[in-house]
Design a protein around this ligand. Structure first.
Ligand code: NAD
Length: 341
């Protein structure tokens, strides 16, 4: 039985990957810096541990006796996080560096690195009706400051570990992955989850408006988690050593994304555009020519389908939070009534 390490197994994508690898019969070890109780999903059939993988010793221990490594560990979040935490994003370089060094020493057969569409040159993303990004558009380099530079550097490190030491590496450039069991509050959430939360909060509280970052005309493509996991496993199984886009090519504006979420929630809300909020690049989409050619695959879940699953999950999470706060309030009032009567 193949033994795999999922670094960042307590995160959004890591949690789904652990589940899928288990169903495929792998022996899975999931490691994350967060305490296991705080993981997005916990698969009891995996070995789950809390460890800081920016430290070499922890990487060496975690890769011992492992056949394959999936590195999804990163200190990251949506635009609101990465624009304001550039140093933290860049320090993630320690995780990939030490995991690669440990994988070399422990003779891992294959190593996967989760890179990002944030590696692409900003000049190619400065209008809403943007040309989809091809893999070669990452050079000349002008990636997203902080987060994107770390990803681009780590991609190169993967390449050189193969060239110099023969370590087989696979690199995916993920484009905005979304779905249930991800971060939907707290400041690290990305646009689809943030908008689902805002719409659900307004719907459940009876509020009439939501706040949208920027003028909403900025464009993106969003990739459903099931496609992300399928593409990741296909890439890992292949002999493709160059970075490949794993991203939907269904481009949409943030205003249109909001409209679809409203439709799913069956509400119509006024939009207050916050022009001072972080917005990222003006337009971004994935060109899937290369992945189609090399793996005969591209994402297939439509945005409407994926958003329906995501919204339903987030609305339930929001409803649970509201219910819990009412329960707190009720028990507090009860104590007050007992002590004052
Ligand atoms: P996530 O934040 O949910 O998961 C990352 C996990 O890494 C977190 O659980 C975090 O606790 C863990 N981690 C951070 N520092 C660590 C450390 N020192 N040691 C061990 N674990 C540590 O993010 P995600 O959305 O699941 O993303 C997974 C990977 O995919 C990341 O590398 C991310 O940059 C990349 N990516 C994600 C997206 C996306 O849209 N979600 C897009 C492009 C790239």
């Amino acid at each position: 039985m193949k033994k795999v390490l999922v670094a960042g197994g307590g995160g959004f994508i890591g949690g789904w990957l652990v589940k899928e690898l288990l169903t495929k019969g792998y022996k899975v070890s999931a490691v994350d810096i967060k305490p296991v109780s705080e993981w997005h999903q916990i698969s009891p059939e995996a070995t789950n541990s809390s460890r800081d993988l920016s430290l070499l010793d922890n990487c060496t221990e975690s890769t011992l006796g492992v056949d394959e490594v999936y590195n999804l560990a990163a200190d990251m979040g949506g635009m609101g996080f990465i624009e304001n935490n550039k140093a933290a994003c860049m320090l993630t370089v320690l995780i990939n560096t030490h995991l690669l060094m440990a994988s070399k020493v422990n003779k891992i057969s294959k190593y996967f690195f989760a890179s990002s569409a944030c590696v692409y040159n900003a000049d190619k993303q400065n209008k809403t009706l943007v040309q989809p990004l091809k893999e070669e558009d990452s050079y000349p380099a002008m990636p997203e400051d902080g987060y994107g530079w770390e990803k681009l550097f780590s991609e190169r490190m993967c390449r050189h570990l193969y060239e110099d030491y023969g370590l087989e590496t696979r690199v995916a450039r993920y484009h905005n992955i979304y779905g249930p069991n991800g971060t939907w509050e707290g400041g690290r959430e990305k646009a689809p989850a943030a908008l689902c939360r805002k719409v659900a909060e307004s719907k459940l509280s009876g509020a009439k408006s939501i706040n949208v970052w920027g003028d909403g005309e900025q464009t993106r493509s969003f990739t459903y988690i099931k496609d992300c996991i399928e593409g990741t496993l296909k890439l890992m199984d292949s002999d493709i050593r160059e970075p490949l886009n794993i991203g939907s090519s269904e481009m949409i504006s943030i205003n249109e994304l909001t409209r679809i979420i409203e439709q799913i929630a069956r509400v119509k809300l006024d939009r207050i555009h916050d022009l001072s909020a972080p917005k990222g690049v003006r337009g971004r989409n994935s060109d899937n020519t290369k992945i189609l050619q090399l793996l005969n695959w591209q994402p297939r879940v439509s945005l409407k389908e994926g958003l329906k699953e995501t919204y339903q999950w987030i609305e339930q999470e929001v409803a649970d939070v509201i219910k819990a706060s009412w329960a707190d309030c009720a028990s507090c009032c009860e104590i007050f009534l007992v002590t004052t009567s």
